[in-house]
Unconditional design. Structure first.
Length: 430
């Protein structure tokens, strides 16, 4: 027994989880404070608009280079242990791709700044926010590339140190801008925080020579780009699909129920994001590189069930605790104006549990580059969520959004169990 505990404590999972826990706790604290600041200074209506801009920024950042993150993590993890020359070729190709995407995205944001301002924030007066976003977005691309390389190399301590600095600096920047410039300041904080952190990341990794051996004159390698393109498609669909659906749904809520209700929905969505923070950190830092390494089906099944046994009970327990303390959670994170959100907790937390189980099972689509399966499942899940939400909103009002959230992830989980039945339900010998 003692030997098993010792092996576990020395494992990559324990190491990554320890550092992720520290970074996640700090990020959790900053998110809690940030939610309170927004609620106090900007109210429900302000939170609704911030939700719109945040979803748009998420989609834009994915297009501008975030779409290569998962691919970089996977192939850096593979090549670092076996073929350094191939690793350098891959990094060169990946970085050139990222810079091209960032530059193109920046141009589109700047040229159509008035259009984005009107569509997203319902006011052309905020066009300068999108111009600033377009100018700084290339820094985000470089930052996310560095972080993905660090993740792939399994430098968990450095990775989480950067995440800690990102969380703290983002909090102070947002607080300063909101305090001095109100809603406009909040908008500027949202579009610049992830880009400005590049300078911190570069300072921390500058001596590690992560990309110092890259010769850009050699251009891209078609083989590596072909491998990376699968993950670009997968990440574009997965990361952009949910925010895009949320943009459409929030617009629907604003038009049919009101901006105040959109703020309530944004509040419960933020609580979900905070609730699942540790899970997402563990999956990205440990689980993805680990699944990428596995070549044997029995070992893959063992790893999936190990994560299910560890994480699922924790999520169920935390969901029950949050539900029992929902009034306290609302008062701590927001203000009394947000008490209407308590009606949404039950359905939302059920959705969180189902979503977590689905993540653990479905992550192998990323790790094994199951491009077609992944894209089809994500698009169908997004459309399902959209139509179920509209249907339930029309019948039950705002609570329909939370009911749809739970129903959609239940359907998604059933679909994943069917897709991966051979992996999950075959007998293995260990």
């Amino acid at each position: 027994m003692k030997e098993r505990i010792k092996i576990f404590l020395l494992s990559d999972f324990a190491t990554s989880s320890f550092y992720s826990a520290i970074a996640t706790i700090i990020k959790l604290a900053t998110l809690l404070l940030m939610s309170k600041i927004v609620a106090v200074y900007l109210g429900k209506e302000g939170l609704g608009l911030i939700g719109q801009l945040t979803n748009f920024v998420t989609i834009s950042l994915v297009i501008a280079g975030g779409c290569i993150n998962v691919g970089v993590i996977k192939y850096v993890s593979e090549y670092a242990a076996s073929d350094k020359e191939k690793l350098i070729i891959f990094l060169r190709s990946g970085l050139i791709t990222l810079l091209s995407l960032s530059l193109l995205s920046g141009i589109v944001l700047i040229v159509f700044s008035s259009f984005w301002s009107q569509i997203i924030l319902t006011n052309k007066n905020f066009s300068e926010v999108f111009i600033v976003f377009g100018i700084t977005i290339i820094l985000y691309g470089l930052n996310t590339f560095y972080i993905s390389v660090i993740n792939g190399l399994k430098e968990y301590k450095l990775l989480n140190l950067i995440n800690i600095v990102t969380s703290i600096s983002g909090l102070f920047l947002s607080y300063f801008l909101i305090l001095n410039y109100n809603i406009t300041g909040a908008f500027y904080a949202i579009v610049t925080n992830q880009s400005l952190i590049f300078f911190v990341t570069w300072f921390m990794v500058r001596k590690r020579n992560l990309i110092g051996e890259i010769n850009f004159k050699l251009g891209i390698d078609k083989t590596q780009i072909k491998l990376l393109s699968k993950f670009i498609l997968m990440t574009l669909v997965s990361t952009a699909c949910v925010p895009l659906v949320q943009l459409i749904l929030r617009k629907y809520v604003i038009q049919h129920i009101g901006l105040s209700s959109a703020g309530i929905w944004e509040a419960i969505s933020r609580i979900s994001n905070v609730h699942l923070l540790f899970i997402t950190a563990t999956l990205s830092t440990y689980y993805l590189p680990r699944l990428s390494e596995i070549k044997n089906q029995s070992e893959l099944k063992f790893e999936i069930f190990k994560m299910l046994k560890i994480i699922t009970p924790l999520v169920i327990l935390s969901s029950c605790l949050i539900f029992m303390m929902r009034y306290l959670v609302i008062s701590i994170l927001f203000t009394n104006d947000f008490y209407e959100a308590e009606n949404l907790f039950g359905w939302q937390l059920c959705g969180d549990v189902l979503k977590t189980i689905g993540w653990i099972i479905g992550y192998q689509m990323h790790a094994k580059a199951m491009t077609k399966t992944f894209i089809i499942s994500e698009i169908l899940a997004g459309l399902s969520y959209l139509f179920i939400s509209i249907f339930l909103i029309n019948y039950f009002g705002l609570i329909g959004t939370a009911m749809a959230y739970a129903a959609n992830y239940f359907i998604y989980l059933i679909a994943l169990l069917f897709v991966f039945k051979r992996v999950l339900f075959v007998k293995i010998d260990r």
